[in-house]
Design a protein around this ligand. Structure first.
Ligand SMILES: Nc1nc2c(ncn2[C@@H]2O[C@H](COP(=O)(O)OP(=O)(O)O)[C@@H](O)[C@H]2O)c(=O)[nH]1
Ligand SMILES: [Mg+2]
Length: 372
């Protein structure tokens, strides 16, 4: 279907920020994207609450006023520019009547958006069977059935993170390099702050100095303390110290960053297992959430990544980033089908407020608006 492929290929790519110069000791890591905030080098000493400058009040693009209740509309605005959403909307414009070609094209759109072969086959087979049984009066009825099936796939995994009464709640953020872990931590910190919870961050990505500096930058912008020991420090000991500090200072939530060297390297997995082990010495139930961050543009490789992390340390929730303006986004469906792990959040941009608690219906509405 050349016209469809042209449409997908003709999407406007997001400008890529330059890669971080000091990246890759291994040379095999995924490219690290420079954060859009200027990273200020700070002395790498443990940072305490009192030592932190409070700079959260200044005007800052990353800290634009939050929407108190993010509306469905904002999901739609972000998702409708994706290649996936544009592919779906043009499909029904170009195929206003029911036909096998409509379903053939839909199949390609789903596959190229990373919905995955298994989910795509199930969806297409079901819709084709029902179409041939004359269940749909017209293409709009089929479109509605597609919407219902898509929501049905995601509904079971739309389980928000419940912090509950545990204090401090320990949230360990994992995932491969460049997926958006540190950015997600900044977004989470802001979200919890807005709920009047005391947040402490732990700079557990000690692999690169820039990673520590990036988290410190988020901390200072938000006015949230960051525990760090600098590059090369033992990640487990940084996070262990941070948990001790969180207990001593009565913080509500500790969010720990981790390194993301390629998941197939056992070093990282051993490091993560050690972090889990030492946290367990202070609190047998910690970490209370192992949140794995997935780059929504990664494609089917995301499935392998999740499998590796589940095997290595166990994953209790997912956050899928970069769902704004990408051709993809379908990986959310593939993940839901493959793992049935809760999807907690989605990232819809680089700024602090560009994160949403995952909502199956709002997500599908963004991709395929009701009745239009
Ligand atoms: N468009 C977009 N970019 C994002 C999102 N989340 C993170 N990024 C960008 O992805 C790049 C890598 O993010 P970072 O948090 O440093 O990844 P980490 O290596 O996993 O910690 C940065 O340029 C971020 O600004 C998102 O939801 N949307
Ligand atoms: Mg990072």
């Amino acid at each position: 279907m050349p016209s469809l492929w042209n449409k997908l290929a003709g999407r406007k790519p997001r400008p890529e920020p330059p890669p971080m110069p000091e990246e890759t000791a291994t040379g095999q890591d995924e490219p690290f994207r420079q954060p859009s905030i200027p990273v200020r080098r700070e002395p790498e000493v443990p940072t305490t609450e009192s030592a932190l400058p409070n700079v959260a009040s200044g005007p800052d693009d990353l800290l634009a006023p939050a929407q108190a209740t993010p509306s469905r509309r904002s999901w739609r605005d972000r998702l409708s520019s994706s290649g996936f959403a544009r592919g779906l909307s043009s499909l029904f414009v170009r195929n206003p009547v029911l036909s096998d070609e409509l379903l053939d094209e839909l199949e390609i759109i789903l596959l190229s958006a990373d919905v995955g072969v298994a989910s795509t086959n199930e969806l297409i087979d079901d819709l084709r069977r029902r179409m041939h049984k004359r269940e749909f009066a017209d293409a709009m009825a089929l479109r509605e059935a597609l919407r219902t099936r898509l929501v049905g796939l995601l509904q079971p995994v739309a389980q928000p993170l419940e912090v509950g009464m545990r204090k401090p709640f320990v949230l360990l953020v994992v995932g491969v390099n460049g997926v958006g872990k540190t950015t997600t931590i900044g977004k989470l910190a802001r979200r919890f702050q807005q709920e009047n919870r005391g947040v402490l961050l732990a700079a557990g990505d000690t692999f690169r100095a820039a990673a520590v500096a990036q988290l410190q930058e988020w901390g200072s912008r938000l006015g949230v303390p960051v525990c760090s020991q600098g590059q090369g420090a033992d990640s487990a000991s940084v996070i262990f110290d941070a948990l001790q500090m969180a207990v001593a200072h009565k913080h509500d939530i500790l969010i720990a960053d981790t390194a993301g060297r390629l998941h197939t390297r056992s070093g990282l997995m051993d490091e993560l297992a050690k972090i889990k082990r030492v946290l367990g010495k202070l609190d047998a139930e910690a970490p209370h959430e192992v949140l794995m961050v997935i780059d929504g543009t990664t494609g089917q490789n995301a499935i392998n990544q999740v499998r590796e992390f589940i095997n290595a340390i166990g994953v209790t929730g997912l956050a899928v980033t970069k769902l704004d303006g990408t051709a993809k986004g379908g990986v959310v469906f593939a993940l839901a089908r493959e793992f049935a792990l809760p999807i907690r959040y989605v990232g819809l941009g680089e700024r602090a407020e560009d994160m949403r608690v995952f909502d199956a219906r709002a997500f599908v509405d963004g991709l395929l608006p009701v009745g239009s």
